[in-house]
Design a protein around this ligand. Sequence first.
Ligand SMILES: Nc1ncnc2c1ncn2[C@@H]1O[C@H](COP(=O)(O)OP(=O)(O)OP(=O)(O)O)[C@@H](O)[C@H]1O
Length: 339
Amino acid sequence: MTVTLTDEADVDTRGRPAVSVSNVVKRFGHGPDAVVALDGVDLIVRPGEFVCLLGASGCGKTTLLNLLAGLDRPTSGTVTVDAARPAVMFQEPALMPWLTARRNVELPLRLAGMRAAERRRRAADLLELVRLGGQGDKRPHELSGGMRQRVALARALASTGHAPDAAARQVTERAAASSTGDVAGLPAGEAAAGRRREPADGRRDGVARRRVRPAAAASGSGEADATTPAALHPPRPAARPSPDSAHRLLLMDEPFGALDAITRDVLQAELLRVWHATGTSVLFVTHDVREAVRLAQRVVLLSSRPGRVVQQWSSDGGTALVEEITDRLREVISSHAGA
Ligand SMILES: Nc1ncnc2c1ncn2[C@@H]1O[C@H](COP(=O)(O)OP(=O)(O)OP(=O)(O)O)[C@@H](O)[C@H]1O
């Protein structure tokens, strides 16, 4: 079943969004040479939700991710992130070559001031979670490209403050023991039921809610024609989070783009398993429609530059949806080419 999300009245208001982007405009430079990368973007990611942001090259996907990561500021509009420390993962794993895999994962924990014994334990758990339990003492050059991205994923989870809890470990262990289903690790009964996690309704102590204000006064140029994020009726099973995972956010910018097709396929499955085990909110940027449909609960399509949300779909992972979105993407690209 494919559900196209277009109606503001459907917005699920339960729980505070993990990400809220409202009428965001991002312009680089000034005057006639200015590049308008984003023009009136509205987007919501709910706690524990997996959203893929899809669009043609240059439509502003990375720009939007940078705003969410706090690496840049919008020209106008509002960006609100309900996470203590959003973690960002890029196409390149960007590991420290002189550190072992374990020490790379420990790095954000060390920077956060965690004691040595505790960070060693957490790093070991996280490496186990990404199935690199026996590889912690290897340096990046001793690992394959896919393994390096797994280390980068473990490090990203560490920097969100994630520590696999008992429930997450159980799911991971079940995943290791079972190879059935599209989403390994979810008990078959739960996967079949497509059970949906209720959004968190409370705020965890110490969790910052970052609201990014524009660098300059609002220009008023952002047209409010974006499709407003709407209700999610996922036919796909939702994540099984630990109690405070609602405040963890992973921002992923084409993390598997540089990998070969087979490794990419394996890592997509691994990412779904880890998402199910941790319940972390994920915003994943890609230009690959198949990847978006496979991974996401919701696929959000941006127009060609300047980027704005043109359509959203609840994803069932099916090929019919791949075709529907590909057709729409073609339309979007050709309408831009003719503009
Ligand atoms: N710092 C900058 N200064 C000037 N222009 C920029 C800057 N960063 C991005 N842009 C421009 O903004 C537009 C959007 O860029 P962005 O990298 O966000 O696109 P993208 O959708 O991520 O592209 P791709 O899929 O190819 O990575 C592009 O036209 C780009 O040239």
